[in-house]
Design a binder for this molecule. Structure first.
Ligand code: SAM
Length: 199
């Protein structure tokens, strides 16, 4: 990465921190960017843009890569639009301001990156896997949900959080038992990353 891009990425990270915008962990981003280079991924669907950090990181890593990324929060979407412009990536990153549940797409993607509301992982997997190429990948972030997934339920006092953790555990089971997909879990990378491929 050239110096200027490095400084700009640092600014994005600082904005995220100051404004409590959740973005992918450093290790997760390294994994994702290495992945798109290694497998020569060219067409990505990202669910959960936030301010564009992961989308921009993938686009910078692989110059052949195009991304369609969906965000339902207007402030974050507008920030992402600004950031994509700053990096001159408007021709390779298409941002959709919508709830992913309402998005209809016709094209196929060789990577689908699920990083939105964690309780909706399964719904998004089922909705968008139809748009995955035969050899494509579905990557899901936050399989560990900040370590809560490994805790005993009785230790999680907040009811909503307990419900969310339960949903993530159910999603893991759904992936493990899926008839058409096999999944590799990278539990020690960032916040836990799952990579699913067609059997
Ligand atoms: N991928 C981003 C990165 O690493 O730079 C981080 C995404 S952040 C963890 C999750 C984002 O998904 C939030 O900005 C949230 O507003 C968005 N989101 C949650 N549910 C969504 C939905 N149903 N449709 C679209 N966006 C959604």
């Amino acid at each position: 990465m050239v110096d200027n891009a490095y400084t700009m990425m640092k600014e994005l990270k600082e904005y995220a921190k100051e404004n409590n915008v959740p973005i992918m962990h450093e290790e997760g981003i390294d994994f994702l960017t290495t992945f798109v280079i290694k497998y020569q991924v060219e067409n990505v669907l990202e669910i959960g843009t936030a301010i564009g950090f992961s989308a921009i990181s993938m686009a910078l890593a692989n110059p052949k890569l195009k991304i369609t990324s969906i965000e339902r929060d207007e402030v974050r979407y507008l920030e992402a639009v600004k950031n994509v412009k700053k990096f001159n990536l408007e021709d390779r990153i298409t941002l959709l301001f919508k709830d992913a549940a309402d998005v209809k797409l016709d094209e196929e993607f060789d990577l689908i990156f699920i990083d939105a509301a964690k309780g909706q992982n399964k719904a998004f997997f089922e909705k968008f896997e139809k748009r995955l190429t035969q050899d494509g990948f579905i990557i899901t972030d936050n399989m560990k949900f900040h370590g809560y997934v490994d805790k005993d339920e009785s230790e999680i006092k907040n009811r909503n959080l307990r419900g969310l953790v339960r949903k993530i555990k159910d999603y893991r089971k759904f992936l493990e038992e899926h008839e058409d997909y096999k999944t590799k879990f990278y539990d020690t990378i960032g916040d836990g990353v799952a990579v699913s491929t067609k059997k």
